[in-house]
Design a protein around this ligand. Structure first.
Ligand SMILES: Nc1nc2c(c(=O)[nH]1)N[C@H]1C(S)=C(S)[C@@H](COP(=O)(O)O)O[C@H]1N2
Ligand SMILES: [Mo]
Length: 511
């Protein structure tokens, strides 16, 4: 065989193997959609990778892709899979049956990982096994065709075309199966229908939003973030689908009385509506992983009171149905702040990706130690006995929110006309509160900005400063002063392990 024809055969083997893999992957997704969406081979491999990721990797992913980190991961897995499939193709041609073995091994690996997932059921390995088996069968079919083509060298052109045609059909069938899996995925539609039909109880107490809370400045986001604009951060590649009818919350551990709460119990308890700002520990200085919403729910204190934590307990490890956990100081849940077991967000049931039907919201703490979505368990324990999901990956065990401020107007790199304009932004240290914001233009003096009326210490506050802009390039920076008199530090710290610090800064060119 000439090197050229060998290369051509390698290429054909690669195409055939990739086609078989796409076919297998598509069928695996379809099988998952039918038996269990969270057991999708892509979801279990991706979920496993997320769980293995250390603090810096999470940070890097959010840094590079923002809230598109999950899509980026799935694309990454797909690319990796295709590369492995290509290598398997060459291997199969030169050292059969090792290429086939690799494809089957991928399915088996998926099946094994699927069984280690927190939400694994008995059928969880099935989709990955289907994927492996389908890839094997498709691979064998194409190989058979290829062998025929080697036996009849004169027919080479024709057979190569049929190999390509069969590969094309396999790819198309795989893609179709994957698309079909979205349509078949009944679980998601069912829960979303339940959510739409749900009526929330009315709150016994509410938090008013003062008229002066929103400065109404163009480019400054609204004081209450629309649910559809609210940032989303979690480890769930497939959003958990939890039906309120089957939801339970088990309060156990270091308690005098174990308590199990059902949805019907929860909605009959007195509800509170509060406004609270939620911020992610991964939020960079000037970042957008922060939002403010009206939350409806039952104070966690009322729930814990029924279980009666013992005096040695100092932490509540909240568990999500998908295995995520958060370690919250028991004190933050019982000291009277508006720590809620929330069922409503901005007047509607929680959006499914924000924790439907029930999540936690605790003012003053970053989300990773407090805001468990799809919550299913409150384990009363101690910091020296247990740790939360991100703590075991290098993040701090307690996550009090740090004092921060952000410039929203003018936007970074914006072109501003000379003359009277405005600088504006938000500042927060949830549950402590903000008493002032100062702004520095170039190397000028720090000037006091005007603060909007705060909703409460649990929310961000808007601020603004009139500015007579002169032409040229200007650097604007801001710093907040907390309600307890601290000035926001200029020390620069990365988000890991307990939240970013430093001053937000924008450079704008004035025409
Ligand atoms: N079940 C679950 N809950 C979770 C997380 C998660 O990964 N899984 N992430 C937490 C983190 S890190 C943050 S910042 C908030 C984000 O809540 P949001 O997506 O509603 O904005 O949810 C918290 N609750
Ligand atoms: Mo977070």
């Amino acid at each position: 065989m000439t090197p050229a024809s060998s290369r051509r055969r390698d290429l054909a083997a690669i195409v055939a193997s990739i086609a078989a893999t796409v076919f297998g992957a598509g069928l695996g997704e379809l099988a998952a959609a039918v038996v269990s969406p969270t057991a999708s081979p892509f979801a279990v491999i991706g979920g496993g990778m997320i769980d293995l990721a250390p603090a810096w990797a999470k940070d890097l992913a959010i840094d590079l892709f923002g809230t598109g980190d999950k899509a980026a991961l799935l694309v990454g897995i797909a690319v990796l899979l295709l590369i492995v499939a290509g290598v398997a193709g060459v291997l199969e041609r030169r050292k059969a049956p090792w290429g086939r073995v690799v494809l089957v091994a991928l399915g088996v690996i998926g099946a094994i990982v699927s069984m280690t997932r927190a939400d694994a059921g008995t059928l969880s390995p099935l989709p990955s096994l289907v994927a492996g088996a389908a890839a094997l069968v498709a691979g064998l079919l194409v190989a058979r065709l290829r062998r025929r083509s080697t036996k009849a060298p004169t027919d080479d052109g024709v057979s190569r075309r049929s190999v390509l045609a069969l590969s094309g059909v396999a790819v198309m069938a795989g893609a179709l199966a994957a698309v079909g899996s979205v349509a078949v995925s009944g679980g998601a539609r069912a829960v979303s229908a339940v959510r739409s039909a749900l009526r929330l109880p009315s709150p016994a107490t509410t938090t008013p939003v003062p008229a002066g809370a929103d400065l109404g400045i163009d480019g400054l986001g609204p004081i209450i973030t629309a649910s559809s604009d609210f940032y989303r951060i979690d480890t769930a590649l497939v959003v958990p689908q939890v039906d309120p009818a089957t939801w339970t919350l088990r309060v156990h551990g270091m308690v005098e009385q174990e308590v199990v709460l059902r949805w019907d119990d929860l909605v009959t308890l007195p509800q509170k509506e509060t406004v609270a700002t939620l911020v992610c520990v991964s939020n960079e200085v000037g970042g957008s992983l922060i939002g403010t919403a009206r939350w409806l729910g039952v104070p966690l204190r009322d729930i814990l009171e029924r279980a009666k934590p013992t005096t040695e307990a100092d932490m509540v490890l909240s568990h999500s149905v998908d295995g995520f956990t958060a370690s919250t100081p028991l004190e933050a849940l019982t000291d009277g702040r508006d720590a809620l077991l929330a069922i409503g967000m901005n007047g509607e049931p929680l959006p499914i990706e924000h924790g439907f039907p029930v999540r936690m919201v605790v003012p003053g703490l970053y989300g990773y130690v407090s805001a468990t979505k799809w919550v299913s368990e409150l384990e009363v324990t101690r910091y020296d006995r247990a740790e939360g999901y991100w703590t075991s990956r290098g993040w701090s065990e307690r996550g009090p929110v740090k004092l921060q401020s952000r410039i929203d107007v003018p936007r970074s790199g914006a072109r501003v006309g000379a003359g009277d304009t405005v600088i504006a932004g938000v500042a927060w240290q949830t549950h402590v509160g903000v008493s002032g914001v100062e702004v520095q233009i170039d190397d000028g003096p720090w000037q006091a900005a005007t603060l909007a009326t705060a909703i409460s210490a649990d929310t961000w506050v808007q601020w603004s400063l009139p500015w007579n802009a002169t032409s040229g390039s200007h650097t604007i920076r801001c710093r907040a002063i907390s309600a307890d008199g601290q000035t926001q530090t200029s020390d620069v710290a990365a988000p890991a392990p307990d939240g970013a610090t430093g001053w937000d800064e924008r450079t704008v060119s004035v025409a």
